[in-house]
Design a protein around this ligand. Sequence first.
Ligand code: UT7
Length: 329
Amino acid sequence: MTAVYSKILGTGSYLPANRLTNDDMAAMLAKDGLETSDEWIFSRSGISARHFAAENELTSDLAVKASNAALAAAKMTKDEIDLIILATSTPDNLGGFPSTACVVQDKLGITNGSAAFDVQAVCSGFAYSLAVADSFIRSGMYRKVLVIGAETFSRILDFKDRGTCVLFGDGAGAVVLGASDEPGVLATAMHADGSYRDILCVPGRPENGRIAGSGFLVMDGQAVFKLAVKVLDQVAQEVLAKAGLTAADIDWLIPHQANIRIMEGTAKKLGIARENVVVTVNEHGNTSAASIPLALDAAITAGQIKRGQHLLMEGVGGGFTWAAALIKY
Ligand code: UT7
């Protein structure tokens, strides 16, 4: 029997129309007597702008737009999809119930009984989801999987906390992964260390139909920074070793777009040149699980990423979680 691999058949993405520059954020925060500036935000994070969803726009709406674009790019009809995996930390409903993947299935009009579930690994969610989708395809259980990263982080940002609210944005990216007799996904790895769960979290919990505690994102930025650079290097080395490749074989590094300094630090440690790193954090901010598929689609649409090239995607985030996928596009 010939081996089954998984391959990227198409990608798509969507950003909400409302784009806010750093100056717009500074003006918004000033109304509450808080000071920030384009200089502070850009020098610390590399972010110039971000997009925020409209009031009536849900995570599933962003996901549906990205998914339709990915299906069109894959030249596929929605009914060929037999599994939907959606990575998000900002699901449509409290507690992620029902899963946003189920909402997306319905909004896409898929009635073929495809499986659908959410993955919660915060900013590593898309890399986790790729690993899960690849495993399902290689096991023969599913053949065409819609893998989505979609977020509306603006809904969990505390606009009175200038240390976090300027860093995040909303958006969605999607990939159709399909069974193929040639690779495809060459190697994946996923990790977690729950002892660091408090350094990046939303501490509130549901109680008697309300949120007990804070429903806002809180972060120890410096702790996240240090851990991120360390684990991103480790997980990159891990998938390279699994695939029998070296950093010199990588055409494009597509890291989670959290902070340009973390991205540049990771690339430098790996020995990957700056021009081989896909960077969208300047225009998107940190869109958590959506950041990698948004960056991937932007680079494919721009004609930078070409078929046959080696892509190294890696994510890191709350949990603490980290993961990577090494792919021949
Ligand atoms: O998906 C993973 C998500 N997280 C990350 O990737 C975050 C990783 N961490 C970071 O990127 C950085 O730690 C930050 C960008 C979050 C912060 O940079 P930093 O160099 O670690 O700054 P800091 O938190 O130590 O703050 C330095 C100063 C403080 O003032 P004092 O105490 O030195 O007077 C803050 O109050 O900057 C102040 N500050 C601000 N000033 C202007 C914090 N936020 C702002 C702001 N505008 N928005």
